[in-house]
Design a binder for this molecule. Sequence first.
Ligand code: NDP
Length: 302
Amino acid sequence: MKILLLGKNGQVGWELQRALQPLGEVLSLDRSVDKNGLSGDLADFDQIKATIDAVRPDIIVNAAAYTAVDKAETDRENADLINHLAVRHLAECCANQKILLIHYSTDYVFNGKGVQAWSEGDETDPVNLYGSTKRLGEIALEYGGCEFINFRTSWVYGSHGNNFIKTMLKLASTREELSIIHDQIGAPTGAALIADVTAQALKFYSLGSESQKRNLLGHYHLAASGECSWFEYASFIFDLAKEKGQTLAIQKVRAIETIEYPTPAKRPLNSRLNTTKLRTNFKLHLPNWKLGVAQVLEEIIK
Ligand code: NDP
């Protein structure tokens, strides 16, 4: 099996570089041009096509994306280029060459109303521009004619890259009091878990018959089990860091509502994802969010 990984240096891409190795030959690219003249710059459609033509992979795993949620509000063109138009282009290349395309999307394709966990078939209705461009990317997959598996995930963190855990630890080292949002609910999901699930799902897929493979295609919700607010997530980080001997200045964490913390991009309140389809179809177990957070926290502290 030959796999082309795009976005190798993102949080998820970094973990995929490790997790995909046992599956076969993996070529990992970022947006730079490598020594063989290959590049994974999603914005350069000709270069992407030339790279795919040269590599001729069986599978493309696209971990690259425009992920700056607030910046996207004023940078619509670039967000749309990477999250939508480039995905359409990738889907076309994959359809022409019968390549399986693995892609990632977000809980931000939903409007965050209600308290029920979102299922794959629920109506999408993004409330910010990042979510809109990610949804347009999904539509490009649906109509692009290629075989695809799209994992919608949420609240991603990893030991590689910037994320909520690192930001909280930094703030808590100097600030005695912090106000954290308590009315957005979701599940922090480790980049390592996303990468491992991707690899397991690909293995499972590769062993299936042609009709079993066809039935496995489509959208999936991939998140750690359990749920929390950002306030609960931050409190867990602070408690555990102290337990591990970290000296933190933080004394008080105040729970606030989203309305008290305005950001350029609106955020959905309900980010719960129903993962039944993923767990059932691929026979997978998804651990509680606290397990992965604790492990990455220890790695960061070390
Ligand atoms: P990161 O922001 O960590 O990584 C994204 C990667 O995409 C970066 O390495 C970036 O490279 C690369 N990239 C951006 N533009 C281009 C381009 N033109 N060509 C090639 N590469 C490019 O994202 P995550 O790993 O956190 O996210 C992985 C997936 O999960 C994405 O699809 C994202 O939408 C989705 N997701 C993420 C969530 C999160 O909380 N982070 C939540 C829900 C879904 P560079 O560093 O050079 O810019």
